[in-house]
Design a protein around this ligand. Sequence first.
Ligand code: SAH
Length: 368
Amino acid sequence: MVEVLKNNLLGMDRAGLEAYFQRIGEKPFRARQIMKWVYQQGETDFSRMTDLSVKLREHLMETAEVRAPEVVSDHLSQDGTRKWLMRVDSGNAVETVFIPEEGRGTLCISSQVGCALDCQFCATAEQGFNRNLTTAEILGQVWHVNRLLGRDEHNAKRLTNVVLMGMGEPLANFRNVMPAINVMLDDLALGLSKRRVTLSTSGVVSNLYRFAEQSEAALAVSLHAPFDELRNEIVPINQKWPLKDLMAACRYYIEQHPGRHITWEYVMLDGVNDGEEHARGVAKLLAGIPSKINLIPFNPYPGARYSRSSDARIQRFRKILLDKGFNVITRKTRGDDIDAACGQLAGEVKDRSRRQERRAAASEGVAS
Ligand code: SAH
């Protein structure tokens, strides 16, 4: 028997669901009903959605589904950070991390299986790239964890923030990421505050303009170096879109979102990008842009070629920026005992970019 592919309703935002219901001869308001069931009740069984007509329930049971990735493992760190491995297909799985803090709970989600961008200090890059996640796979991570932790307002451990800072480059998967963000912000669905959903990019400038125009979500930019020469090396997408282009797009985001700020991520690599000249360079680059700077102590992984800057170097870097009037925090390393810290996410990636092979060939070339 040929298995019929069902429409996964988890992959549709409100506009998508309205169009879907219209196509099957239903009123668009069905979208609202479904969204409440799926996101607010965590319900996946259409037969229990009692405010839908029996006929519609039966139709949905035959032709549609609400399907999130399957959780294959669940690790809890000593500091309360929790990491799940979620299977998205037979060869691939992505990681999702929950970070509970005083008064908030942040979920860090993945947007791609692996990553194609090759940032030199990132474990995900080492894995190579397989494919973009679908909207349902992106949203499914949030849906799962939200359902698991509960929506009780008084539950200090509930999910309040989402950051697209897991595996992958979200702006390289714009088409699938945008509806997922829409659902996170939609009051009928997850209803998260627009200041509490943050997309992080290494600088896919073309889509940064589209994001600025089309989304209310917050923006984080992985800066890591204030000079093109160094950034070309450690964040290679800079060769395509240098700092001048990146900064122009960032200014455009601020113009489109008056009163908001940009979070700048800066990984502290010992002796590479953590000198006084780099701190002064950052201050010059960001002058006039409403900014919060997050210094991220480098998190090591097997085979990494960098080491973490000392606390003293991080403090000195921070002080230079503080003295120039910037808001600067040093991000606390969380969940490193379960490899859940920034840049340590690896999941299971069937590398179709053949990165490992190319690397091996390149290093043989150097050796000979
Ligand atoms: N591709 C997106 C989102 C994923 S990375 C981006 O680049 O922004 C999320 C953050 O973790 C980025 O700022 C990234 O540079 C940082 N990061 C990557 N590897 C790291 C490591 N080993 N230690 C600390 N931070 C790292």
